[in-house]
Structures are given as structure tokens and as C-alpha cells.
Write a protein that binds this ligand. Structure first.
Ligand code: 13P
Ligand code: SF4
Length: 327
């Protein structure tokens, strides 16, 4: 038995585990016994990706969840992604191993400020990146992920004015690429992607002249203009699988390299480092909150679970379903 009140306070289950327990085999056993599905994002630690039933980007994981229709999903990723699945499958139990796994980008857009912003642009269609808290989705006409953001914007008539939130880097990238001058962009960013330094990338490119630069669109313009390819996590992985080069400078969260190496073991993947430290790679601390121990305990006790109020679910469902329809 666990004390739910103390778990709620801490955000995860903290219980000692016998040293002779093999976490990998226990998780695999529980998965089958409970008919549970583990979904993991590409930014998770390698051992979490390897134990998941499915690994994917934020859009693919949401699509996977609705096709599987599992009653018990353990989501190895961050809270807004787990909430998106809860909105799509309100009757399913969505377990998040650590409720503290937030997102700086989602937190850069709060409900009251965004409502005011929306009121100041009353005729604009509201497109929100899926990296938002659930209440922001209730103010949206359509959501998107970095996988389908271009398609979503292209689906909107050119004369229509648009609000894009919360990522200013992705928003301005789309605005320039698709020549949508009538798009106003919220001033938010992800602390991980904002941190990449063009100075260090230039140095890396000098040392590795043959390496192609690949970047996630959440990076700043100074990084994106140097990139040979820009795309979501899954698009970056696919690019490295199909491209003829043998070396890449990877400007997104480090975890994505695990799948790149699996698909292309003979290629070289060099993480682009952040500017403010001596670290060799750029890490999302929220994504890394999921450990094998937390995954095991959350599966064992089917807790902590994502709960959302019915009103939020009802209002947020339509923009998310519209997003899923534009794959
Ligand atoms: P993807 O949609 O590409 O998986 O990205 C999610 C994310 O959080 C990027 O920082
Ligand atoms: Fe959020 Fe950035 Fe982490 Fe993605 S990498 S989950 S946008 S904080």
C-alpha cells in the first residue's frame, strides 16, 4: 500500500526496493500481467526507451495511444504529453511516473495572460503547440506538434490572421518559411533549445566540416539558419536513416541520439552543447525525471495518475482531435 497523500506531495513514489530485484524483468512481467502499455518519448534515457512498448515523438505517441485503446498507459515523458493522452482517452488510466516532469515551454504561457492576449486579437485563429498545459488548449482552435505544424498552418486560409503560441522560435520559423505575415507569435521558449550556442556550433562545424547540422525548430534562428535539416524528433531520426552522410551535429535534446545510433550504427552523432556550461550535451531535466525505479513503482501501484477536470477535457478535446486529423 502507498500513502497517496505523501506521493501527491512528492510527485512520485519513493519506496525502498530490494537489491535483488531486477527492475527490467519486473517491469516486463508487470506490463504483461496488467495488460499495460508503456509509451516513451525520444528524450527519455536509453534504458527507458528500450523497455517501452512504443517510442515516439509527441504526435506519434498520442496517435499510438488512441489506436491501442489500452486501459492502462504508463507514460514515460512529460506532463503535457500525458495530459494530451488523457484528453483523448478520458476513461483510461494514464500513469506518469513523476508528476514533477513539467516543461519550461508549457510554463512560459499561463492561462490568464494568454486569455488577455487572445482577447487583444479577437479575430485571430488560435494555433497552439501541443507543449502547453491543458487549460491553454481550451483557448485554442487547433493544436499542432513540430511534426505537423507546417501542415496545420497551411490548412488555414491565407487571409486568416493567426495567433501562434507558445514557442517563439517555432512560430517565427513557420511565419518566415510559410510567409504568413499575419501571424502573431507568443513570446515563449524551451530552456533546452534556447540554450544552444551558435558560437559553439560554428566551432564544432570547423572541427567536423563533413558533419551535417540537424536541428529541432524550437532552436533559435541563429542555429536554424546553419541547419542542413530542421524537423521534429522523429523527422530528425528519419533524416539520419535515409540521408547518405555519415556524420551529424545534433541540435536537440541528447536522448534522441539513442534511436539514431540504433538505426544507423556506423554513423557518427555529435551532440551540440549548451552555451553556458562545460557539458558536452544538452539535457531536458524534466524528461530525465523518469527512472527505471520510478517506472517500476508507478506501474506496480498504477500511481500517480493524470487527473483533469471534465470541463477542461471537454473543451480541449476538439483542438487536439483537429491536430490528430492533420498527421
Ligand atoms: P517532438 O514533438 O518533436 O517530439 O518534440 C517535443 C518536445 O518537447 C521538443 O522539445
Ligand atoms: Fe519542454 Fe523543452 Fe523539455 Fe521539450 S525539451 S519537454 S519543450 S522543456
Amino acid at each position: 500500500m502507498i500513502n497517496k497523500e505523501s506521493v501527491d506531495k512528492l510527485g512520485y513514489i519513493d519506496e525502498p526496493i530490494d537489491s535483488d530485484i531486477n527492475l527490467v524483468s519486473e517491469i516486463n512481467r508487470l506490463k504483461v500481467e496488467k495488460n499495460a502499455v508503456i509509451l516513451a518519448h525520444y528524450y527519455q534515457n536509453p534504458e527507458i526507451q528500450d523497455i517501452a512498448n512504443f517510442v515516439g515523438d509527441s504526435l506519434a505517441l498520442a496517435v499510438k495511444a488512441i489506436t491501442l485503446k489500452s486501459k492502462l498507459i504508463v507514460f514515460a515523458g512529460v506532463k503535457f504529453m500525458a495530459e494530451t493522452i488523457k484528453i483523448l482517452l478520458p476513461d483510461a488510466k494514464i500513469v506518469l511516473p513523476d508528476m514533477n516532469a513539467g516543461c519550461s515551454l508549457a510554463d512560459s504561457c499561463n492561462y490568464h495572460d494568454f486569455k488577455e492576449f487572445k482577447n487583444n486579437h479577437p479575430d485571430n485563429l488560435v494555433v497552439t503547440y501541443v507543449n502547453t498545459n491543458a487549460d491553454i488548449k481550451t483557448l485554442s482552435d487547433i493544436c499542432c506538434t513540430s511534426s505537423n505544424a507546417e501542415k496545420v498552418i497551411k490548412s488555414i486560409p491565407e487571409e486568416k490572421t493567426i495567433i501562434f503560441a507558445p514557442d517563439k522560435n517555432l512560430g517565427n520559423y513557420l511565419k518566415n518559411k510559410l510567409k504568413r505575415d499575419n501571424m502573431v507569435v507568443w513570446d515563449g521558449f524551451c530552456h533546452v533549445h534556447q540554450r544552444f550556442s551558435s558560437k559553439r556550433l560554428i566551432e564544432q562545424k570547423k572541427q567536423n566540416p563533413k558533419a551535417k547540422i540537424i536541428a529541432h525548430p524550437e532552436c533559435q534562428k541563429s542555429i536554424l539558419i546553419m541547419a542542413d535539416f530542421i524537423g521534429s524528433t522523429s523527422q530528425l531520426i528519419d533524416f539520419t536513416r535515409n540521408d547518405s552522410s555519415t556524420s551529424y551535429l545534433v541540435a536537440t535534446e541528447y536522448g534522441v541520439i539513442h534511436q539514431m545510433k540504433k538505426y544507423s550504427p556506423s554513423k557518427e552523432f555529435i551532440p551540440v552543447p549548451p552555451d553556458d556550461s562545460t557539458c558536452a550535451c544538452n539535457v531536458c531535466s524534466y524528461m530525465k525525471m523518469v527512472s527505471l525505479k520510478k517506472l517500476y513503482l508507478s506501474l506496480k501501484y498504477e500511481y500517480p495518475v493524470v487527473e483533469l477536470n471534465q470541463d477542461i477535457i471537454a473543451k480541449a478535446k476538439l483542438p487536439i482531435e483537429r491536430m490528430i486529423a492533420i498527421k
